[in-house]
Design a protein around this ligand. Structure first.
Ligand code: NAD
Length: 454
């Protein structure tokens, strides 16, 4: 049977091998999910809520173990890995409140009673990328289960370990067999089967925009419901009136978090020309001070990239002679290391400005005024996140309304809170995850009219 060898990206050593799920295994899992659905949707709201709270509690009891798996499989720094495992428990806990609140409506009509029901959409296929294996799994899994749907998750080829373990914890917590399954298989085989299979009624896909487009085309054949969370190339806009010290001190983490393998990375830093030089002086120590190294050590801020191939792709954005303004450090020797790198000056047609690098490479570009800042920020096919640094509240709001992106923060870089909506404009995605409305993506509204007249 073919196997994946799971590598530790910090050491290049094998962590383990796991069998590769086949298309036939996907069909069998889909059949089990279909069989599990009637009983799962029939679980009373209170009992489904209790099961999800129990699932959250079991995950919370295994934070250290899950974090350890993510450190080994993904090279995530220990503090981040613990946050991610805790986040899974929190997202499950948040949506455990949903089954008892899945309220329909009663709408006034003549001659009877009109009510709506929020019915489960059916079997959900959840296709997950390698950059945040645990959080992105939880974002689809928790609301889908809460709404009464069985879930089949397909983790990325490179990072299957935490998803496989979370599925075991679900069974330990008492979730019925078949309600949550994980298939570690190839995107082109198992991912595609989930997209094509008529019994899968909804796909939640997070990954690259190119693959997302293919998934969207595949879903069209059966008019399958679809949520897409795709790439990004977000702007961090720093106005001259901003608290420049804070803007410069925080800009590196807004790009280099998770070694830049973050769809929300603010990898285009736009700085008003009058403070450009001052900003660059403040930025330099913030970049060179990033501790890159062994992800298991508590002081580590940035770990390795996920694979040798990915490192080669990232490196192609920093060819010999590239305008490197600041370069941090990275270990030598085994591991897929790449130093935090800031490029300036670059043009608006430079691939480092236009493409999602998905690594620790940022560009810094000056702008003259508010209008130009907005124009540069929107000069991208993406629209996922962004930040605005200014002390002028009117400007902050004007710019926040004008930037075409789904998740903006003012004087901070926060993008993700599980109780607020998350998703992209333009080619960054379709639909929203998280927050109070995520259940809409996992339910169908059914309208029922009951005549009261003879
Ligand atoms: P990817 O598109 O290569 O793969 C994502 C997932 O899709 C993997 O599980 C893969 O096996 C599967 N897949 C591949 N081909 C498929 C096919 N034909 N049919 C069905 N499934 C298929 O992406 P990646 O390299 O793993 O992840 C990085 C990308 O994810 C980046 O572009 C990043 O911006 C994006 N991302 C977006 C968000 C968001 O919320 N918007 C969050 C995280 C990552």
């Amino acid at each position: 049977m073919p196997e994946f060898t799971v590598l530790n990206p910090a050491t290049e050593q094998a962590v383990t091998t796991i069998p590769v799920a086949t298309a036939a295994a996907a069909d069998a899992a889909i059949a089990r999910a279909v069989a599990a659905q009637p009983a799962w949707r029939a679980v009373s709201p209170g009992d489904r809520a209790r099961l999800l709270r129990g699932f959250a509690a079991v995950v919370a009891d295994h934070v250290e173990e899950l974090a350890g798996l993510e450190i080994a499989n993904s090279g995530h720094p220990v503090g981040q890995a613990r946050w991610e495992a805790t986040h899974v428990a929190e997202v499950l806990r948040y949506y455990s409140a949903a089954p008892e609140r899945l309220c329909g409506r009663q709408i006034p009509v003549a001659g009877g009673l009109d009510v709506t029901f929020l019915e489960p959409v059916g079997v959900v296929g959840l296709i997950v990328p390698w950059n945040f294996p645990m959080p992105i799994l939880a974002w689809g899994l928790a609301p889908a289960l809460a709404a009464g749907n069985p879930v089949i998750a397909k983790p990325a080829e490179l990072t299957p370990l935490t998803a496989l373990r979370v599925a075991e914890l679900a069974l330990e917590a008492g979730l019925p067999a078949g309600v949550f399954q994980v298939l570690a298989g190839r995107g082109s085989v198992v991912g595609r089967r989930l997209v094509e299979h008529p019994a899968v009624r909804k796909i939640v896909f997070t990954g690259s925009t190119d693959t997302g487009r293919e998934v969207m085309a595949g879903c069209a054949a059966s008019v399958k419901r679809l949520t897409l969370e795709l790439g990004g190339k977000s702007a961090n806009i720093v106005f001259a009136d901003a608290r420049l010290d804070r803007a410069a001190a925080t800009a590196p983490q807004a790009v280099f978090d998770n070694a830049g393998q973050d769809c929300c990375a603010r990898s285009r830093i736009l700085v008003q020309r009058s403070v450009f030089e001052e900003f660059m002086e403040l930025l330099e120590p913030a970049v060179t001070g990033i501790v890159v190294g062994d992800p298991a050590l508590p002081g580590t801020v940035m770990g390795p990239l996920i694979s040798a191939d990915h490192r080669a792709r990232v490196a192609s954005y920093v060819p010999d002679g590239a305008p490197v303004a600041v370069r941090g450090s990275a270990p030598s020797g085994p591991g897929f290391w790449f130093p935090p790198t800031v490029l300036a000056p670059v043009g608006r047609d430079d691939p480092a400005f236009t493409d999602e690098v998905f690594g620790p490479v940022a560009v810094v570009m000056p702008f003259e005024d508010e209008a130009e800042a907005i124009a540069i920020a929107n000069d991208t096919r993406y629209g996922l996140s962004g930040s605005i640094w200014t002390q002028d509240v009117g400007r902050a709001l004007r710019v926040a309304r004008a930037v075409e992106a789904g998740n903006l923060s003012v004087n901070s870089h926060s993008s993700v809170r599980y109780w607020t909506p998350f998703g992209g404009f333009k080619q960054s995605g379709l639909g929203r995850e998280l927050g109070p409305d995520a259940l809409d993506a996992f339910t169908e509204t059914k309208n029922v009219f009951i005549a009261t007249e003879d």
